[in-house]
Write a protein that binds this ligand. Structure first.
Ligand SMILES: Cc1ncc(COP(=O)(O)O)c(C=O)c1O
Length: 208
């Protein structure tokens, strides 16, 4: 812990324990103490630590091929894209693969602006979308935003779950409305029933 404290960037304050192993929902620290990972490591380990199917797939693939540049087709990418096309609702047929939430949001904003040729992005007050520049511009909390201003222009925040607030913000120059299905960082906050259908309608009315 002393060596890590000396050399890490200090972006994330540490909790004074060193986690070195996980199995299923359990974690162990370097003193052998056992913990239950109630948050599934921020949702990233929701299939459990040391999951045998995941570790075996990683072992097999890393022996065969660790990386292939995106200009080539690949058998494994093909399977994932096909599965995503199966489980995403119509008319979604294509996916852009990336490795983190903030990258996915960044990509979504670029696709929306590029596709619509419009500029405004409306997200929600108390929403969280990541910490790279465009994702951070969609994120609400001042504590994340202020140290890095100026952010990307033309982002606004409507009240989450309030369709009238969205109507007040939307206009014909809105490229996308970006919302969490359940707000996480703000607490576990669900919108009223039917909210997302109404959001879709408001977007359709404005070509967003
Ligand atoms: C709703 C939401 N969007 C985006 C992100 C950013 O994801 P990542 O930390 O993988 O970049 C998070 C992370 O907690 C999130 O909860």
């Amino acid at each position: 812990m002393r060596v890590e404290d000396e050399h890490n960037s200090r972006v994330y304050p540490k909790r004074g324990m060193q986690i070195i192993r996980g199995q299923g929902a359990r974690l162990w620290d370097s003193d052998g103490r056992e913990y239950v990972d109630m948050g599934a490591s921020v949702g990233v380990m929701n299939v459990g630590h040391g999951n045998e199917y995941v570790t075996e797939a990683i072992r097999q693939q890393s022996e065969r091929l660790m990386y292939v540049y995106s200009v080539f087709h690949n058998d494994q990418r093909e399977q994932l894209l096909e599965k995503l096309a199966e489980i995403t609702p119509d008319p979604l047929r294509r996916s852009f693969l990336c490795s983190s939430g903030t990258e996915a949001v960044e990509a979504a904003i670029k696709f929306a602006r590029g596709h619509t040729n419009k500029k405004w992005i409306i997200s929600a007050k108390r929403g969280f979308h990541g910490k790279t520049y465009a994702s951070l511009s969609a994120t609400w909390s001042r504590k994340y935003r202020e140290p890095f201003e100026p952010l990307v222009p033309d982002f606004e925040h409507a009240v989450y779950g309030d369709i009238e607030s969205l109507r007040e913000h939307i206009c014909e120059d809105v490229a996308a409305v970006l919302l969490e299905p359940i707000q996480g960082e703000a607490g576990v906050r669900l919108p009223p029933d039917g909210y997302f259908q109404q959001v879709r309608e408001v977007c359709d009315e404005n070509g967003s």
